[in-house]
Design a binder for this molecule. Structure first.
Ligand code: GLU
Length: 282
């Protein structure tokens, strides 16, 4: 059975881009008689605002969606810690205390998420206290061999986690025990997700998730990376650029089901376009 999910982070209100993402995941599951899950990604203790989760549920209901909610990330901290410990014992993680500025200064390559960490701390003794733990991607790939994954829209992909460099899997902040990459990979497996549906901006991250699945012996889903809604400047809609939130629209009395149907039909509000983006995907 197909299982999709919508996995918002409660660090700001949902906007039209989120609505589109939730509708795509919902409709893909429902069209094939499957299940659509909601998972609150509240691993980032410093930025999470628990009260937003309730607004997210109200937004989804307003759009006319039906979902099953699965445990939020904050309930799964032990599973993340166990996976990290196993990877550490296998010699696949190493501690790093480099700051963002140090990485920016040392990096020679740009990746999809900014400067690629150049491996400064790999193989050097680093004080573990308050260190982040990074995945030794070259060593990990030596263990797994070449990997592939399937995107329903873009076709079969060779996994290229090296595009993102040695990503952080355990963050240095004690209140944020796992990075997005580790948490989302474990969660999608624990929740039985068979089709990971999300925006195309997360396409490069999938290379890392596929590698983690191989290392942790997790089932391999398929992916569906959908185009993003763009604003007048061709930039991804974002909370910080003030596109109206779903809460604002809901409180203003707009009909959420009608809005969802317009998004489904590709009839977008003025100034908003649906990007394609596959040509820009690494
Ligand atoms: N929590 C992420 C976000 O809100 C989405 C993660 C995912 O879909 O894999 O951007």
């Amino acid at each position: 059975m197909i299982v999709t999910r919508f996995a918002p982070s409660p660090n700001g209100p949902l906007h039209l881009g989120h609505a589109y993402s939730a509708i795509v995941a919902h409709d893909l599951a429902k069209a094939r008689g499957g299940r659509f899950l909601l998972r609150i990604e509240d691993i980032d203790g410093a930025r999470s605002r628990p009260e937003l989760a309730e607004a997210f549920r109200a937004d989804l209901a307003w759009l006319g969606l039906e979902w099953e909610e699965v445990p939020a990330q904050s309930t799964r901290v032990t599973a993340y810690a166990q996976a990290a410990e196993w990877l550490r014992r296998e010699g696949l993680l190493y501690p790093c205390r480099c700051t963002r500025a140090e990485i920016a200064a040392a990096a020679t390559e740009g990746g999809p998420d900014g400067p690629v960490y150049p491996g400064t701390c790999r193989g050097t003794p680093v004080d573990h206290a308050a260190a982040a733990w990074r995945l030794d991607v070259a060593e990990a790939l030596r263990r797994t061999g070449p990997l592939t994954w399937l995107d329903e829209r873009a076709g079969e992909q060779a996994a290229r986690p090296e595009l993102l460099g040695d990503v952080v899997l355990v963050r240095r902040e004690a209140e944020t025990p796992a990075s997005y990459h580790l948490a989302v990979t474990i969660d999608d497996s624990a929740d039985g997700v068979t089709l990971v549906t999300r925006g195309i901006d997360l396409f490069p991250a999938t290379h890392v998730h596929r590698l983690l699945q191989a290392l942790l012996d997790l089932p391999v889903p398929a992916w569906h990376h959908h185009p993003l809604l763009l604003d007048e400047t061709g930039t991804k809609l974002a909370k910080r650029r003030g596109s109206p939130s779903l809460v604002d629209r809901r409180r203003a009395g707009e009909d959420g089901r009608a809005l969802a149907d317009l998004l489904r039909a590709g009839r977008l509000p003025a100034g908003i376009t649906l990007g394609e983006g596959l040509d820009r995907v690494p």
